[in-house]
Design a binder for this molecule. Sequence first.
Ligand code: ADP
Ligand code: MG
Length: 246
Amino acid sequence: MIQFENVNKWFGSYQALADVNETVRKGEVVVVCGPSGSGKSTLIRTLNQLEPIQSGRILIEGQDIHARKLNLNAFRSRIGFVFQQFNLFPHLSALDNCTLAPIRLRGLSAAQARERALALLERVGLAHKAHAFASELSGGQQQRVAIARALAMEPPLMLFDEPTSALDPEMVGEVLLVMKSLVRDGMTMVVVTHEMGFAREVADRVLFMDAGRVLERATPDDFFNRPQHARAQQFLRDIRSPFANA
Ligand code: ADP
Ligand code: MG
């Protein structure tokens, strides 16, 4: 589904991605973790063409997504992307947030889009909020609408960049539950997250990044119990006992 081939990216003279070579197969769930500033968001944003790369290739379903001839809007509208900030239109209802892109970009009729959106809102447990303004919903509810909105485009692939980091703790679970239901349905997912419980439970593979490099790729069991790289060992110590060195 995704292939990174020798991908390098610079911001000016700062190298944000260095020699990334990774493959994600259809149906796989890959969790990306690593310290702040290690390049996790940059990596995931290159997959959506939100960031250009300076060398290497990224293929999604065999298509070179940084090729000049790519129809960017058509491509981007197909990849589901859920951010830390939900980015819903606050003055639109949950339902309208989910029908807008399918009507405008996929040419669905209003009735078709509405039917599909209602089914998706039901799926994320928010059928009863279909007509509420996004601004009237809690953070967890907004993030679930954001997931429904992404699914409305029938993406072959869902990208998540710290989807629960901006939420109050009591709302993290409901969003993770929805994400786990996508895993069960076989969705291909790349997830940047600090939710190590989620990684343990559902990831096929964990990638650990530091300073723009993928230093380690392992099953969750190997990563959490037998991390190989010194930086990964340190990272796991830091998240397990953050005050150890304080
Ligand atoms: P992470 O998501 O792992 O916290 P990022 O991918 O956001 O890390 O950032 C990786 C590095 O690239 C950081 O050092 C960050 O400061 C830098 N960076 C990110 N975006 C930009 C940008 N638009 N311009 C310059 N530097 C950037
Ligand atoms: Mg980030």
